[in-house]
Ligand binder design. Sequence first.
Ligand code: NAD
Length: 487
Amino acid sequence: MKKMFIKGEWVEANSGETREIINPYNQEVIAMAAEGNEQDVKFAIAAARKTFDQGDWATTPASERGKIVHKIADLIERDREDLAELESLDTGKTVEESRWDMDDIAGVFRYFAEMADKDGGEMIESPIPNSTSKVVHEPVGVCGQITPWNYPLLQASWKLAPALAAGNTLVMKSSEITPLTSIKVFELMEEAGVPAGVVNLVLGPGDSVGAELSANDDVDLISFTGGIETGKRIMQAASSNVKNLALELGGKNPNIIFADADFETAVDQAMNAVFFHAGQICSAGTRLIVEDSIHDDFVSALVDRVKNIKLGSGFDESTQMGPLISKDHLNKVINYVENGKKEGARVAVGGGRPEDPELQNGFFYLPTVLTDCTTDMGVVQDEGFGPVITVEKFTTEAEAVRLANDSIYGLSGGVFTNDIAKAERCARKMRMGTVWINDVNLYFPHAPWGGYKQSGIGRELGKTGLEEYQETKHIFQNLKPEPANWF
Ligand code: NAD
């Protein structure tokens, strides 16, 4: 039985309830997890509040906190293979992808461990004679952190590492669908010497555990990664005590392919953009916007390659794409494509479930290319979150940028061209938090990550990722106090 971690102890849900954790490849139950409720999250928040207010984590020298965060990275590296296999069992993604995730995760902990003691504040010019003025950063306090199912541990690491480095205490609610690697990393944080009460993990559903965490007045900051509709609910709940808010929401990410791009690279990267983890990536490049002079050749080359993508178990080394996360999600993707067909999209390849008998117990959907798409279609505007790519055409650079920006989302996008000036012009005009030129889906710990428009508020990773977890204070000191005699 997988338990929650509250005040330094592994505990069952106070109600005694549990949840089955399912392998999306074959629907087998891989674990039972405690199913918490509002009461459990209240205990966890009280522990984090008391530890922040009365403990010494916030005032521990930043270099000491940094050492502990480094130790967490060491332990993740030590257990890399076990963690990768657990992530694949829980999410269905290939073990090779999970290994990359684990390397990235260790890198994120290292980056914020290094950052912990690099900020000594800043003296600023004081306009008053005989005085000093300085700006310092302090932890925000008790942080609520809510993560999604698609990159469970990666998304958790983007929140845990900076919160710890900055001296906060926290309560994390991991996705109820894929909690296993997060539970394991809380074990590693305990082993690394994080003091009791600093990090707390609650498990359970969003509408009770997540909602309480977002609304509770003892929480100072809420950091959420997930869908737009949930993000809006959290924003409302967080207004109760005007919490600091960081939202990483969805994306509907365009890749503009100009005729002068390296053709083979663009075809290859168009696939990388969307078919890793069966398209269940917030930054998946699900919208191709292709110059009309190469459109037909491009689609035909893409289809030739997409039809050969090998589906299967994430544990089989020849597998290139695993299943979707759940039956509900599979049904959503099926409906999304069916609606697209009704709107006039043409299925160039895929568009249904695979027939292979070995895949029937898993939540598999074929890699799919939809052509004849226009921006007014739901299939071009809605996130979808599956292995489905839509193709639109353009004739001018201005039209390409306009189509790319025609979205409520603004998480990421790409431009493929060999004209450097054109690439730069487009990148500047694209209203997105990240733009890749002749590449896709790259991110690293020191580059900020987040969305424009409804893709979110704030940035994770990089310097800004640490600043999310800090308050800024101005301290003014009068070095020659004397009465002003105004009154
Ligand atoms: P989701 O919004 O359904 O759930 C995310 C988390 O919120 C889960 O832990 C869930 O239990 C919790 N939750 C649900 N209702 C809640 C409520 N009322 N109050 C508080 N918490 C609640 O999202 P999901 O389906 O788990 O994840 C997929 C979504 O996440 C996609 O939209 C994807 O684009 C987005 N995502 C964004 C990024 C990014 O960096 N921008 C990264 C990964 C995933």
